[in-house]
Write a protein that binds this ligand. Structure first.
Ligand SMILES: [Fe+2]
Length: 236
């Protein structure tokens, strides 16, 4: 049974649209490209690599700015605005906290969804299964079945720049900026690969967690909010 204190501390979701994954979450062209790519992706997967994969509409919209670093328009502007608004009320309720399991150099102020807001976590994971997995299958013939999701906040005061690191607890990392244009600086640098400038709001940066050491670049002003997915491929 919940104690009075638990009930007091429980976060109440402001916008319930965030609990029901729907088409409008996803950038329109990507939504249609996923739908039209599923059949050739599934055929290739089921042929166990014995036949060539046919070109897919997703091939047209997934970009590779650095070696094995991919970008794709993912969430719609409308979804990002609503999530950012919810995030401000999550911030008022919980505050951004560094993860105590990470060492000091790698700690970024963050709010994790799986612990603090399981309904939004479920809804975001659902989106990963329906939209993210076809994209990961299109890139690597891999798909994910679990993971963690958080919002990280880079700013001048708390944490301007990340230290070099691997996303140790993941197989596939996906990072989505929620408020590009509201801050200066930022971007992501990959060791020996190069730098990706801040992507437009809602666009996903996707890379393998094991091989790609990276760091967030310094924010010159403002708050840079990133939706970060650390995803696991357990069952193949
Ligand atoms: Fe990272």
């Amino acid at each position: 049974m919940n104690t009075a204190e638990d009930l007091y501390n429980k976060y109440v979701i402001k916008n319930h649209l965030l609990c029901y994954p729907a088409d409008w979450y996803i950038q329109k062209d990507t939504f249609h490209a996923v739908k039209d790519s599923i059949q050739p992706i599934v055929n290739f997967y089921e042929d166990s690599g014995t036949k060539e994969r046919k070109d897919t509409p997703l091939d047209e919209i997934i970009q590779e700015p650095l070696k094995d670093v991919y970008t794709v328009p993912f969430f719609s502007q409308k979804f990002c605005n609503i999530l950012l608004d919810e995030m401000k009320s999550l911030e008022r309720h919980f505050g951004f906290k560094p993860n105590p399991e990470e060492d000091n150099l790698r700690q970024i102020p963050e709010i994790t969804f799986q612990d603090n807001c399981p309904q939004i976590f479920q809804s975001l994971m659902q989106t990963i299964y329906t939209i993210g997995n076809p994209i990961f299958l299109n890139i690597w013939n891999r798909h994910v079945d679990s993971g963690g999701i958080q919002i990280a906040n880079y700013n001048l005061k708390d944490k301007r720049q990340g230290a070099w690191h691997h996303d140790a607890s993941a197989d596939i990392s996906m990072v989505v900026p929620l408020n590009t244009g509201d801050y200066q600086g930022g971007g992501t640098e990959f060791l020996k690969r190069g730098t990706v400038e801040p992507l437009p709001t809602g666009h996903a940066l996707i890379f393998p967690s094991f091989t790609h050491m990276h760091r967030g670049l310094a924010v010159e002003s403002g708050d840079r909010y990133l939706l970060v997915f650390w995803l696991k491929c357990n069952e193949e």
